[in-house]
Design a protein around this ligand. Sequence first.
Ligand code: SF4
Length: 288
Amino acid sequence: MRLAIEIDEGSGFCYGVIRAIEKAESRLKETSALYSLGAIVHNNSELERLNSIGLQVVDLEQMKELSDTTVLIRAHGEPPTTYALAAERNISLIDCTCPVVLKLQERIRKTYAAGKGQIVIFGKIGHAEVNGLVGQAGGDAIVVDSIASLSKVDFSKPIQIFSQTTKDPKEYTEICDAIKERIVSAGGSLENFTIHDTICRQVAQRHKNLVAFARKHSVIVFISGKESSNGKVLYDLCKSVNPRSYHIQTVDQIDQQWFTEGDSVGICGATSTPKWQLEGVAQALGEM
Ligand code: SF4
């Protein structure tokens, strides 16, 4: 079958993930084993590669059992309680929190400390980055993930809204518009509503470019791990403009029936999809 194949240049790890992986690899040149609190990237294939060179993923409960060792904090960041735990257990941290997330954490901390109103976070409930953000307000933040979940917010009081860095900019605008409507219906003033523009620029730009990329091709093969929240958002975006979009986690999930002779196939992925995986899919399609 003859296919025209193109890999999206904008796909592949984002800056924060590259930085965290480089730090882990650099430390693993000096030591044979290193712990990472949570998966450094939501991609099993890349995790297996890192595990083979000594990176061991632990969860918070397992970290509580460790002492006198080193643990890596991934790009998503952590709440202050994790830093306190590390100090208590004499654990050194390699802090790979992405600078963009660090800045967002600081904004929430300062806004909360200034008592400027309810802290509302638009993000995936339970996501590591979101947990880290909630921790900046001492747990006193409302996480919303849809318009339906807005019932948790008190519209008669001031609201400060922040978004998880990897959320869809369009969805964030929709949530903010819904909040404005409810404030007005409750007879409140929009002056008490502050929207913080906290979606990562790299992610926002990727959204725009991906729409054009998905439209340009007859079929889209999107690669990302099941756990990747950014992957879900970006895949849904591709599917919304190109119904022949398929989501896979590994190259062996490709189905020949998706393609017809002469199709142009676009290969893309999330901020947690390694370039080598995109290239592997391109090679498999080429061999088809
Ligand atoms: S998506 Fe943006 S904010 Fe999140 S880790 Fe990557 S570069 Fe940092």
